[in-house]
Design a protein around this ligand. Structure first.
Ligand code: FDA
Ligand code: NAD
Length: 434
């Protein structure tokens, strides 16, 4: 006989979006939330700020540890420990995987064989890492091969890193994970070689010129870049990788490997049941899926972005998870307007820190002195992207809060650019004047 329970609201997934959604429920419903809301998470711990895993968590000393970075610490808001959920009567089902969903019947089946039914479902299943095996490679199960998505992965990474002080790490992938982990490995006194098939790092966002600055900076910290090729295989001995072999036959000694070759949204439970778009669940401006009792938020949601003429987009970034989660809860509890989202990404590595707003489409106009910036301990430079005479996107390294606010504002109001050469000359002054 199957156990079965019913909740008015169920959040499927226990990551960033789930934590922010829970706080929004309590803010809006107060004590009425008790007994109404259930969160089902495959992870063993309450929702936490995932970005900490590739930054504070990997520090050589005094690294960030739970409970310090449960949500919503990242927004300088309330820290939601397991006790918080208890105190508010929210059912937090940890270590529980949902293995199937029936949208028509409004039920979820868990790995423990329990059927959970809902009136309203918020899908917050996030994304999963892509594995080497999905590109024809192998070796993911080796003792010293690390991925990074959750706290279990982060613990393995820390353990492996500490097991080979002064050793060689091969980082596969030059995206967010590759770049952030490489910086952390250097801080832990590990020698790093980054290998990726593209022409430059952070290919989805950076221009070649922006990438050049960061690659030079990393190189000055002792990191080696091998670009335009891939690791074709990993040589394994007694369960551990010893050598990474490149497509061109080169052999690189490896004490450990970190893989960051992209992510895929966790949509499988809903394929064939909900409309999909951009690799995620298609939702409207209320974050509502093609079935009106289902909402989707965070990495898994493709939603219309007003700033881009209502074009559907999916973002794999924490600010989006926080805001779409709050918006979905507001929408599920009553009428709100359609979401009006300003895309925002950021990263911090070494002593560097950048922010990006909007869309990196159109003509890129760089500003600041990026050559001398490499020599400066507090570099400040960036780029605007211009479409049809208006600012569509903006990137800034080393800005002050006021400067970040100014570039965000320029993107939000799509500031007119009568003369691109003037924008390049003036740089930040162009937007600070407004
Ligand atoms: P998230 O992945 O946080 O949560 C999904 C949850 O659903 C997980 O708990 C998962 O276990 C659970 N789940 C999935 N399927 C399930 C099932 N079938 N049953 C039960 N549970 C299930 N962004 C940024 O803007 N700046 C940054 O610096 C960083 N840094 C960063 C570092 C690292 C290491 C990672 C991996 C990611 C980032 N990000 C980031 C991206 C950011 O963390 C990401 O966009 C958000 O975590 C997305 O939040 P979600 O809640 O959508 O997914
Ligand atoms: P990514 O898409 O940023 O980068 C993937 C990298 O892997 C690229 O450099 C790409 O060229 C390379 N690559 C692709 N296929 C490859 C292959 N077969 N062999 C070698 N290299 C290959 O993805 P990621 O860095 O893995 O990040 C995973 C997720 O975590 C993303 O959703 C990302 O947004 C998120 N994240 C975000 C941040 C942040 O916003 N600061 C930080 C960490 C992680």
């Amino acid at each position: 006989i199957q156990m079965s329970r019913a909740f008015k609201y169920v959040i499927l997934g226990g990551g960033v979006a789930a934590g922010y959604a829970a706080l929004e429920f309590v803010r809006r419903r107060g004590d009425a939330t008790a007994g109404e809301l259930c969160i089902i998470s495959e992870e063993a711990v309450a929702p936490y700020e995932r970005p900490a895993l590739s930054k504070g968590y990997l520090l050589p000393e005094g690294g960030a540890r739970l409970p310090a970075f449960h949500t919503c610490a990242g927004a300088n808001d309330q820290l939601l420990t397991e006790d918080w959920y208890k105190e508010h009567g929210i059912e937090l089902m940890l270590g529980t995987k949902v293995v199937s969903a029936d949208v028509r019947r409004k039920t979820l089946l868990t790995s423990s064989g329990e059927v959970i039914s809902y009136t309203t479902l918020i899908v917050a299943t996030g994304a999963r890492v892509l594995k080497l095996e999905e590109f024809g490679g192998s070796g993911s199960d080796a003792e010293n091969v690390c991925y990074l998505r959750n706290i279990v992965d982060a613990d393995k990474l820390v353990r492996v890193m500490r097991s080979c002080p002064g050793g060689n790490a091969i980082v596969i992938g030059g995206g967010y994970i590759g770049m952030e982990c490489a910086a952390a490995l250097v801080a832990n006194k590990i020698k790093v070689t980054i290998v990726f098939p593209g022409k430059h790092c952070m290919g989805r966002l950076f221009t070649p010129k922006l990438a050049e600055f960061y690659e030079n900076y990393y190189t000055s910290k002792g990191v080696t870049f091998i670009k335009g090729t891939a690791v074709s295989s990993l040589e394994i001995s007694s369960g551990k990788v010893t050598t990474a072999i490149l497509r061109d036959g080169r052999r690189l000694p490896a004490d450990m490997v970190v893989v960051g070759i992209g992510a895929r949204a966790n949509t499988a439970l809903f394929e064939g049941q909900l409309a999909m778009d951009k690799g995620g669940i298609k939702v409207n401006g209320q974050m509502q899926a093609s079935d009106a009792s289902v909402y989707a938020v965070g990495d898994v949601a493709a939603f219309p972005v007003k700033l881009f003429a209502g074009e559907p987009r999916r973002f794999e970034h924490v600010d989006c998870a926080r805001r779409t989660a709050r918006h979905a809860v507001a929408a599920a509890l009553g009428a709100v307007g359609d979401i009006d989202y300003l895309p925002f990404f950021y990263s911090r590595v070494f002593a560097l820190s950048w922010r990006f707003y909007g869309d990196n489409a159109g003509e890129a106009v760089h500003f600041g002195d990026m050559d001398s910036a490499a020599a400066s301990s507090t570099p400040k430079f960036g780029a605007f992207w211009v479409i049809a005479g208006r600012v569509a996107g903006a990137f800034l390294e080393g800005g002050s809060p006021e400067e970040y606010e100014a570039i965000a504002h320029a993107v939000r109001r799509r500031a007119a650019v009568p003369d691109v050469a003037q924008l390049a000359r003036e740089g930040l002054a162009f937007v600070l004047r407004e």
